[in-house]
Design a protein around this ligand. Structure first.
Ligand SMILES: [Zn+2]
Ligand SMILES: [Zn+2]
Length: 117
């Protein structure tokens, strides 16, 4: 007989780049209570606290496929291109990403051209 304990210690996901932290309920590719959803990567998932729908969940972050750093899915912290990459690795290996990705990243970078006269 197994006792169902509702007091499982809450695990916390922390982004190692921006320090965002949030409790997560599941890590993996198939969040529980979802109908045949398989994520593209293993990630930290939490149930959407704002939705009554049990199947709604939020992806908080994942681990970088190169350096295993925990990063959130924010565009400033990671990039998903066939795999998850943290921004540190993206910048290190920028030349290996397709031009389209490079262009998109360049757009995000704040340009300080106004300083030149
Ligand atoms: Zn982050
Ligand atoms: Zn990385």
């Amino acid at each position: 007989m197994e006792q169902t304990t509702s007091l499982t210690p809450q695990k916390t996901f922390t982004c190692q780049l921006c320090d965002l932290s949030s409790p997560f309920t599941y890590y993996g590719q198939k969040p529980p209570n979802t109908r045949a959803i398989v994520l593209l990567e293993e990630c930290f998932v939490t149930q959407d606290p704002f939705s009554p729908d049990k199947e709604k969940f939020l992806v908080l972050g994942s681990t970088c496929s190169l350096c295993s750093t925990c990063v959130c899915v924010g565009p400033d912290c990671s990039l998903f291109y066939t795999k998850r990459f943290c921004m540190q690795c993206v910048n290190k290996h920028l030349k290996q990403f397709p031009l389209q990705i490079q262009a998109e990243l360049a757009k995000k970078k704040p340009s300080s051209k106004s300083a030149a006269s």
